[in-house]
Design a protein around this ligand. Structure first.
Ligand code: 15L
Length: 271
């Protein structure tokens, strides 16, 4: 497949570009930062929040799909979060409709449901039908971007898969990560399955590895062909206990659900 990948310079992009290329896909990179030294493919330096620039970049080559990773990976004000996650997704979707690009795989986040108390899901992993329950304005942005994808699927017949990614890291570093970890190799498997599964319409999956202590249900991902092979448990003896582990297990979003992340939605000039 020929795939346009946004957020190419980010941590997930830097893993997916070689990972998808090794699996025979042709990746066109897009990021707002200039092409890094040594990159030898096609790179568009574009801010995804600029609809004209996005449309022009997508128009430069025929594409089979978009993988949308671009967006600030942490908490910000509500307007910043909406621009980073919703406006960028809208710019891509409008260009995809115009240019008849049929599929998008979206890097959503576990923080779309991060305020779900762990106690409610004990004994039963959280499924994709649970209500959106963001833990931050970041999570609100992800929920809203997922809603926008669903609208474009219904209106225009696109295929869209929202991958609610857990903790994408080379290896788990905290006790929470033993539940939420997504390995680099499993991330490539997840995105490839989302790109190639037959006619998903609008679908959601949890982007985690096959962790023994998983909090989220992998059934929806498996139904789309995502078969994770790694397990955070292999690293458990290397993960130190920390005083905040218990608090981080209260809500599935971990620290993002805590009071340290409470802030006003809007920045005011007078404050
Ligand atoms: C995410 O979605 C964030 O981008 C990342 O910073 C981590 O907080 C991760 O989730 C996580 O939940 O560990």
């Amino acid at each position: 497949m020929k795939i346009l990948l946004t957020g190419a310079a980010g941590s997930i992009g830097r893993v997916l570009i070689p990972g998808l290329t090794d699996r025979g896909h042709q990746v066109v990179a897009l990021d707002r930062v200039p092409v890094p030294d040594g990159f030898d493919g096609v790179w568009h330096t574009v801010d995804c929040a600029d609809p004209d620039a996005v449309a022009a970049a997508l128009d430069e080559q025929p594409l089979d799909a978009v993988v949308h990773l671009a967006g600030h990976p942490g908490e910000a004000s509500l307007p910043e979060s909406l621009t980073s996650h919703v406006v960028t997704t809208a710019a891509l979707l409008d260009a995809m409709v115009e240019q008849q690009i049929p599929r998008i795989v979206y890097a959503s986040s576990n923080h779309a449901v991060g305020r779900t108390p762990r106690v409610e899901s004990l004994g039963e992993d959280l499924g994709v039908l649970t209500r959106p329950r963001p833990d931050t304005f970041y999570g609100v942005g992800k929920v809203a971007a997922e809603a926008l994808l669903s609208l474009y699927v219904d209106r225009h017949g696109l295929d869209a898969v929202s991958c609610r990614i857990g903790s994408f890291l080379p290896e788990p570093e905290t006790v929470r990560h033993l539940s939420t970890w997504l390995s680099h190799d499993d991330c490539v498997r997840m995105v490839e399955a989302s790109l190639t599964t037959t006619a998903p319409g609008y679908a959601v999956l949890y982007g985690i590895s096959a962790n023994t202590r998983a909090w989220w249900d992998l059934a929806a991902g498996r139904a789309l062909g995502y078969e994770p092979r790694d397990n955070a448990e292999e690293f458990a003896t290397r993960v130190p206990d920390r005083p905040q582990d218990e608090a981080e297990a209260a809500f599935v979003g971990g620290p993002f659900a805590g009071e340290a992340f409470y802030r006003p939605a809007l920045d005011r000039a007078s404050v």
